[in-house]
Design a protein around this ligand. Structure first.
Ligand SMILES: C[S@@+](CC[C@H](N)C(=O)[O-])C[C@H]1O[C@@H](n2cnc3c(N)ncnc32)[C@H](O)[C@@H]1O
Length: 299
């Protein structure tokens, strides 16, 4: 199917609708059209380099370690470069398939309608894009994005194999290359935890949503106290071993367990979303708080 799609349309480009793209002056060398099977890269302009320089001055956490902000971005990239090819298998093994149910729940709550414009941030291997696309058809749009090209390639190939050619863009959630109010729904599943400046990313998600639009943040959260001990034991003993045996990568799965512990709990994240401009935020605990779905409405 992938090859057939490429052959059928060797020169055509998918054009992002004009209304979605940033105005010309703010694009800093970005291209606005994209082959569905090529990955669109966002150009790094002088302003972005400035931001990167200033970010290098501050510290943050990578799992339980305190690191320079640039170092965190580099290490997060390393984690997802390393896990990309085994990502879907490991997700099923680690969660015993539960991640599928959590995502299905998020999509049900998002309640997409035909014609909706959906932005999936940190979309990785494309589970959400795959589920949204038929729901917004025939005239809607799903844009599949991630900062990591290896993850995006896995997702892009998987979507093409299913007959879906979605606009696919490498972009940083902290600097989204889209116009204000461009989307009806924005989603980020298991991505926010890895971002360095979560407040900035939430503000960007708010900016690109139209008034009345919804942000859905699906993320690991704080588990109910009676389950804490068992969950800790599983996270710090079983997860890294599974990573070692299946993906030959123990460190990335130790990072996963640590990054979950460092992520803001349900109430803190709700407060951050309110701060970022979401007038109404609901929290849905899933599987006793192992995961939480935060739904923010831009008022
Ligand atoms: C655990 S994966 C989630 C993939 C997919 N959403 C899912 O639920 O299966 C986390 C993703 O977040 C992406 N990510 C991390 N930091 C990001 C950022 N600043 N902007 C966009 N994506 C980011 C990673 O590259 C990775 O693909």
């Amino acid at each position: 199917m992938r090859q057939a799609l490429k052959k059928a349309c060797p020169h055509k480009r998918l054009r992002l609708p004009q209304a979605l793209a940033l105005p010309a002056g703010e694009r800093s060398g970005q291209r606005r059209s994209v082959h569905p099977w090529c990955i669109w890269r966002k150009g790094i302009g002088a302003e972005a380099q400035d931001i990167a320089y200033h970010r290098a001055m501050s510290q943050t956490h990578f799992g339980f370690e305190t690191v320079d902000e640039q170092e965190k971005a580099r290490r997060v990239r390393g984690v997802f470069d390393s896990v990309a090819s085994n990502y879907d298998l490991m997700n099923d093994l680690m969660s015993a398939g539960l991640h599928r149910w959590w995502k299905h729940y998020a999509i049900t709550v998002a309640h997409p309608r035909p014609g909706d414009r959906v932005l999936d941030i940190a979309g990785g291997t494309g589970d959400l894009g795959l589920a949204f696309a038929p729901r917004v058809a025939p005239n809607g749009l799903v844009v599949h994005t991630d900062i990591n090209e290896a993850m995006l390639r896995e997702g892009r190939d998987r979507l093409l194999d299913q007959g879906l050619a979605l606009p696919t863009l490498v972009c940083d959630a902290e600097r989204l290359p889209f116009a204000d109010s461009a989307f009806d729904i924005v989603t980020v599943a298991f991505g926010l935890r890895n971002m360095t400046h979560k407040e900035l990313a939430l503000q960007e998600m708010n900016r690109v949503l139209r008034p009345g639009g919804k942000l859905l943040v699906l993320e690991f959260s704080k588990v109910a106290p009676p389950l804490e001990k068992a969950y800790d034991w599983y996270s710090f003993n079983i997860l890294p071993k599974l990573g070692k045996w299946v993906a030959r990568d123990e460190a990335s799965y130790r990072y996963l367990a640590e990054s979950i512990r460092m992520h803001p709990d349900q109430e803190t994240l709700k407060g951050m979303m309110r701060e970022a401009g979401f007038g109404h935020v609901d929290v849905h605990n899933l599987s006793a708080g192992v995961t939480a779905l935060h739904v923010g409405v831009k008022c």
